[in-house]
Design a protein around this ligand. Sequence first.
Ligand code: ADP
Length: 606
Amino acid sequence: MKGKTGLMSELMSVQRKRLVLLGGMSLALGAAISGQAALLAEAVERIFVQRASFSSVVVIFGVLLAVIAARTLLSYGNGRIGLQMAASAKTEMRAAVLRKLANASVPSALLGQTGGKVSVALDAVDEADSYFSQYMPRMMEAAIIPILILAVVFTQHTNSGWIMLVTAPFIPIFMVLVGLKTKNKSEEKFAQLAEFSGTFLDSLQGLVSLKLFGRAHRQQQEIERSSLGYRDATMGILRIAFTNTFMLESIVMLSIGMVALELALQLLVFKSLSFHTAFLILLLVPEYYSLLKNTGTAFHNGRTSMGAVSKVEEMLAETREERAIMDSREGAGKTDVTDEGDRMDKADKHGTADSGLFRMPPSIELRNIRFRYAPDSFELAVGSLSFRPGEQIAIVGKSGSGKTTLLHLIAGLLKPLSGEVLVNGRPLAQYDEASWFDRISYITQHPYIFAGTFADNIVIGADRDVSRADIVQAAEAAGLAAVAAELDKGYDTFVGEGGRGLSGGEKQRLALARAFLKRPNVILFDEPTVGLDLQTERVLQRSIADLASKATMITVAHRLYTIRHADRILFMDNGVLLDCGSHEELLVRLPQYAEMVDVGRKGGFA
Ligand code: ADP
């Protein structure tokens, strides 16, 4: 068996008590098996050889029954412990996986990793089940009981003991050979499953586009190809498993035959053995091999599970690396912390800094920020910039110029390659992530609407108990009153997955309503590009101005209204900040800006 992985030994150390219990029960089970054989041999000897009366064997039968009952209970108990171990190990692993996803999913999601990974990780946790529920109990039994049986046989008849001892290693040797092959296959299976899940999810998400571009058929073939690949990988494992079982059975039959032959010779030809002893050994031999054989099956399951566990482990290791990188960045940041930063660190220990920090809109400073999604790809480098508390900033520029990327960096959703974001003079990385997200609202163009009622979806923005009146007020401020009125059950209508869909504009206003309930001190806003009716537009303009009055607001702006009313405008071009200033300043200074405004006006810029 290959050495246990780190995650495995971590999981095992939690289970130590159960493992000891498993060992004790296996020992008792071994005693019960030997006892059962001895009692049965004794009963048969008395009845058929000594022709003893029924009353003289009644006691033996009574004890035999009790031993059989004990054996059944012990077997059941071992199974139970295995299941408990599996349950707690799975809970542990799932929690670890989910923790990882919760910690790192935002950046990973932005860096383009799909849902494939998530589903594979959680499936892998399920596959790990048999390691604990089957493999561990069987392995423990196999390690203890055969030795016990062997000891009994040796005391009765040495020749049989030797045959059993010599034939036994063939089973584990064989198992290891096949097991190693299964492990490779199982890893292959996971790769296939990951590919299959990925293709499937991507196709589902992009179904509309695929249809529009007439690519649905090709994608269907793609899904078919990867599902066939997955099937072949599974069949490959099954083929190995079946061959494995057949070979094991053959070895076991051959070995039992050898012991039986030797016993028969001793009993009938050489007459050097009593019937009782021969019968006892004959009863014990199949038990002995069947235990070793079970180990074979358990070993096969164990290998599959190990493949799964190492997948989970790889995923967790990635997090640790990410965290180590983040920690080292934070560590590096801490060396040049200002006095204020030091004070905050101290205050932090009392748990006050993060929560008290944003009662007022904070100042935000970008220091030599550089960012790349991948080596040799689009690079963002905006140099140094600072936003005053409560300042209204508009980011403008052509599509693909890096506006959203900059917003993600400010939000802390992406980590800069070099440089840092400072909030109230302190590096963003030093704040507790949850407290930071508590104080900001990021209103994207595609906010997530989860399955729940319309009201639930608004409340998600609030960090306190809110009344229905608060919800309605927030919805009105976000221009959603008319939408709510049209819904079948008003605010109690189910929306999101499986419920009523919302249009792009409605979704974004829902995100705004969330912000109204939250009253953040920093608002990051990816302004809608979809046109709204004049009335809604007015309501929104007023509400956003109200929200912005108590916050530092950074908007990726598409509307002339927003741009003109911003304190400062950042003009982005191909990842670089071309200029920064007020509307009037830029009109004079920056021809590209004047051109953009001009084109915008002609194109019906609102
Ligand atoms: P804008 O918001 O100005 O339209 P973005 O910030 O969205 O621009 O994108 C800037 C550049 O970064 C584009 O070239 C885009 O292709 C690239 N980009 C955006 N998101 C990703 C991503 N998740 N992975 C790789 N490249 C990306």
